[in-house]
Design a protein around this ligand. Structure first.
Ligand SMILES: Nc1nc2c(ncn2[C@@H]2O[C@H](COP(=O)(O)OP(=O)(O)OP(=O)(O)O)[C@@H](O)[C@H]2O)c(=O)[nH]1
Ligand SMILES: [Mg+2]
Length: 467
């Protein structure tokens, strides 16, 4: 399937004031044509009514015009797991942190789902590791290695105790996706995949979960089981077999899973409420296009920012273009740490390559020719860690050649690569603003949000003439 986005139709259907005017008739004055012809007074009254309707329509059109000039439309685009929803939360934190506070308890179910998924992934990977080592060495040693008999028995016991917890994943997943059960494989990995039928969490606006009694029951049940199994999870997480697999990169967990496993004791507390850090770390794939509205006060007055957060998998991309009409700013996120990863939906496509293709197909879209463009090269914290651990860029991106395998060289390489592609393809000669980001770093991201916000408002004011 192609990554390209093609749009033929401009976005939403608009109402036309012209057609409303033309439909205005004598019917609006409640008089028939013959009555109007025979009575001049009635005709004058009808004219006055008609004029007053015209005036109302004109005023309404002017009001809407001003209102829409006070609206700023921003789209967050990029492949799945690039950090779009995390950026949306950062916008929310910066401009309307009280709304994030209200939502905080509803994020509990997602934290539990992410944590349980991580535990289940570890057990699956250990299973696979033990069965492949058994095939290689049919008589496992008695020593104290990561795959010896003792380790295998210990993990077996931990697994038995964790079954009640793992069995909750389906119900949490189903609540998160509004009743639908999602089938999927392990995500974001760069090693050979095996087929699997695992449920995974998907998205339903988190605010809806507050009203759902099913979600409340599932959350409370998960909290209960988590409290009684927290020591087992810790024993699994600290086990020498898990440690060895992490060191050998045979076990790869989502960022959210890694983070929540480290924090499991705090999360298992009975009065646990997710912190801002937790909310930023959760992984809840977006489905479709979700509009978030924020009231933003600037020196020139207050504006409504409509931020569109989209699902980034390939199958969801064709839906994006129906929102391109009138976009003021487009923020495109690329997870540059994913240079050694392949798409979940197409295991042969490198994720950097996919981002580049996707970006180019969007940039060239006529509907976006007046949009402000911002490119965020995200997840630089993970990039740094990978390079420090010795993962070689050139092994996955041959054009990297013999450049030094360090952070500054790699970050600059990706930056110039994207800039060069933009220069070559952008027939509208738009300026591209590029930032290196770690979307989980609140302070650093807030600085970028301010600067991107200024940029967007300057262009918007120049276009609308408003201040
Ligand atoms: N370490 C690290 N993790 C990040 C960063 N940005 C986002 N994440 C994490 O990456 C995961 C995916 O982020 P999302 O914001 O859900 O990704 P998305 O682009 O909205 O993905 P879709 O909705 O599937 O299209 C989440 O667990 C985030 O916490 C980053 O800069 N560094
Ligand atoms: Mg998302």
């Amino acid at each position: 399937m192609s990554t390209l986005i093609s749009c033929r139709l401009p976005g939403r259907i608009r109402t036309s004031f012209g057609s409303v005017t033309s439909r205005k008739s004598s019917a609006s004055s409640g008089l028939s044509v013959s009555q109007l012809q025979t009575s001049p007074t009635l005709a004058q009254a009808a004219q006055r009514t008609s004029d007053s309707i015209d005036e109302d329509i004109k005023n309404e059109a002017a009001r809407r015009q001003t209102e829409s000039s006070r609206e700023v439309k921003i789209m967050l685009l990029g492949q799945a797991e690039s950090g779009k929803s995390t950026l949306q939360k950062q916008f929310q934190l910066y401009h309307a942190s009280h709304t994030l506070d209200v939502e905080r308890p509803s994020w509990r179910i997602v934290v539990y789902a992410n944590l349980i998924k991580a535990v289940r992934t570890i057990l699956e990977e250990l299973d696979y590791e033990f069965s492949s080592s058994l095939a290689e060495y049919p008589f496992p040693s008695e020593g104290s290695g990561p795959t010896d008999v003792g380790a295998q028995n210990e993990i077996l016991e931990l697994r038995r105790n964790l079954l009640p917890l793992i069995s909750l994943e389906g119900s949490l997943s189903s609540e998160l996706s509004g009743g639908a059960s999602f089938l999927g494989t392990r995500r974001g990995t760069s090693f050979p995949r095996r087929p699997g039928l695992f449920t995974r969490e998907s998205s339903r606006p988190v605010a809806d979960l507050r009203e759902s009694s099913g979600a409340v029951v599932a959350t409370n049940r998960a909290a209960q089981v988590l409290a009684s199994t927290v020591h087992v999870i810790e024993a699994l997480w600290r086990h020498r077999s898990v440690d060895a697999m992490l060191r050998l990169r045979k076990l790869k967990l989502d960022e959210s899973g890694l983070f929540f496993l480290e924090q499991v004791r705090r999360i298992a507390e009975p009065d646990y409420i997710p912190s801002t850090d937790d909310v930023l770390h959760v992984r809840l794939p977006t489905v479709g296009v979700i509009e978030h509205s924020l009231k933003v006060n600037t020196v020139g007055g207050s504006y409504i920012w409509r931020i569109y957060d989209v699902g980034g998998t390939r199958s969801q991309r064709p839906a994006w273009c129906s929102y391109f009409d009138d976009v003021n700013a487009l923020i495109f996120l690329v997870p540059i740490s994913a240079f050694d990863q392949y798409l979940d939906e197409d295991p042969l496509t490198n994720r950097i390559h996919d981002s580049l293709q996707l970006l180019m197909s969007i940039w060239t879209n006529e509907l976006l020719k007046n949009a402000q463009l911002v490119l965020l090269l995200n997840k630089i914290d993970i990039l740094r860690k990978k390079l420090e651990a010795g993962v070689q860029v050139r092994q996955y991106i041959p054009s990297y050649g013999n450049r030094p395998n360090n952070f500054s060289t790699a970050a600059e390489y990706f930056r110039s690569h994207f800039l060069a592609a933009h220069k070559k393809k952008d027939s509208f000669q738009r300026r591209l603003y590029v930032h290196l980001t770690t979307m989980l770093d609140v302070q650093a991201t807030q600085v970028i949000i301010t600067s991107v916000g200024d940029l967007i408002m300057r262009k918007h004011i120049a276009q609308t003439g408003l201040a």
